[in-house]
Structures are given as structure tokens and as C-alpha cells.
Design a protein around this ligand. Structure first.
Ligand SMILES: O=C(CO)[C@@H](O)[C@H](O)COP(=O)(O)O
Ligand SMILES: [Fe+2]
Length: 226
């Protein structure tokens, strides 16, 4: 089963609530929530207050991607704000196993995020504790960047490791996902697709159904994948 996760980083923040309900009404599965701290990455976005504000709008999973260093202190705040999945970068945690435990103690699913140059060896001793692995296909910090093709190889290797573990772990891709590359990304092993600029840049602002066609086009491409 494939899941489409619009990144609200590219939404119109002046109308954030509508932007979220519109992508969900158009068939999106998950809301991807990018948290940047102007320290781990050179950009500053949104925090737990915004997560709490959007929580009542939907039952869909809120997938919080923390680009925050150090990361542990903010995790309970996001859990209280209604996050379902909390993912973090291994470089932003002093004790990766402890951070995973903290996320789970708070009742959330735990994800580990791999930048383009982060080795998969970080999975060696924690794979059995993860609910999600997020492969970055751009360097984190901004929406609208170009997909880095080496991510396909990393997806294949990660899919092999997930299969070998027999565990139910989501394999998410984030960065530069578009209609014209989503099938190839799925063939490489991803099952969850973050897309920010591709979705929120589609259609006319005045059209309440502006996201229907882009999400349908992504699903049509995914349906071609055996
Ligand atoms: O985490 C990030 C960027 O650091 C992403 O979630 C982006 O928001 C994806 O945006 P597009 O590449 O799809 O425009
Ligand atoms: Fe993200």
C-alpha cells in the first residue's frame, strides 16, 4: 500500500488549516510536518503549537520530521501536541537508541532519517526498534530542491534490510518527489512519498479542488508499479 504525504512546508501558511483539509479531501494519506531550527538546518519553520492547532482538523497521521539539534527536549512537546510519527536525524542525537526510546515512551511511532551522505550503518543496532525509515533525496532545509538520484540506490538497500528483518517498517522518501519520478521511486522500494512543492504548487489558489489532479496523477503513476 502506497501513502502520499504532502509536506506543509510548501503550503500557504496564511491559510494552513484549509491547505491541510484540502490535500486530505483530495486523497492524501498523511500530513508531513517539517520542523527546522536554524541550527541543524539553515531554516526556521514551525513547532508544537502549530501541530496542536492542526490536530483537531483530521484523524490522519501527522508525521513530524524533526530537523532539530539537540532533538530530545522537544519530543514530549510534539507527542502532547498530537504527533503520530516522530522522526529525527542521527546526527542530531547524542544517543540514538535513547531518542528512539523516548519517542516510543511518549506513545508515538519512531523514525530515523538519512541525509544523502548519512550511511545506512546507523541502522545496524536499531532497526528492530524503528517504525519508519526516511531517506532524504535532498539535503534537508528547504522545499523545492531537485531529487538526488543516488537516493534510489539507498532505497533499494534499505528495502532489502527491511525485508530481511520481517518487520513492518514504513520506507519514506522526502525531497524532489514529482509525478514524473514517483513510479521509479516506488520501484526502488519506497512506500510513503513526501511531496511539498509538487502538491502545494499545483492548480489555482481559488480552486477548492486544486489538489485533486496532482494527487490522482501520483496515484495513477503508482498504480503502474507492479
Ligand atoms: O524535509 C524536507 C526538506 O528538508 C521536505 O519535507 C521538503 O519540504 C520536501 O519538499 P519538496 O522537495 O517536495 O518540495
Ligand atoms: Fe521533510
Amino acid at each position: 500500500m502506497y501513502r502520499i504525504a504532502p509536506s506543509i512546508l510548501s503550503a500557504n501558511f496564511a491559510r494552513l488549516g484549509e491547505e491541510i483539509t484540502q490535500v486530505l479531501d483530495s486523497g492524501a494519506d498523511i500530513i508531513h510536518f517539517d520542523v527546522m531550527d536554524n541550527h541543524y538546518v539553515p531554516n526556521l519553520t514551525i513547532g508544537p503549537l502549530v501541530c496542536e492547532a492542526i490536530r483537531p482538523l483530521t484523524q490522519a497521521m501527522i508525521d513530524v520530521h524533526l530537523m532539530v539539534e539537540p532533538v530530545d527536549r522537544i519530543i514530549p512537546d510534539f507527542a502532547k501536541a498530537g504527533a503520530n510519527i516522530i522522526s529525527f536525524h542521527p546526527e542530531a542525537s547524542r544517543h540514538i537508541d535513547r531518542t528512539i526510546g523516548l519517542i516510543k515512551e511518549q506513545g508515538c511511532k519512531a523514525g530515523l532519517v538519512f541525509n544523502p551522505a548519512t550511511p545506512l550503518s546507523y541502522l545496524d543496532h536499531v532497526l528492530d526498534k524503528l517504525d519508519l525509515i526516511l531517506i532524504m533525496s535532498v539535503n534537508p532545509g528547504f522545499g523545492g530542491q531537485t531529487f538526488i538520484p543516488e537516493a534510489l540506490n539507498k532505497l533499494r538497500l534499505t528495502r532489502e534490510r527491511i525485508t530481511a528483518s520481517s518487520r513492518d517498517i514504513l520506507l519514506e522518501i522526502d525531497g524532489g518527489v514529482k509525478v514524473d519520478n514517483i513510479a521509479e521511486i516506488a520501484r526502488a522500494g519506497a512506500d510513503t512519498f513526501v511531496a511539498g512543492s509538487a502538491i502545494y504548487g499545483a492548480g489555482k489558489e481559488s480552486d477548492p479542488h486544486r489538489y485533486d489532479s496532482i494527487i490522482a496523477a501520483m496515484r495513477a503513476e503508482l498504480a503502474k508499479v507492479a
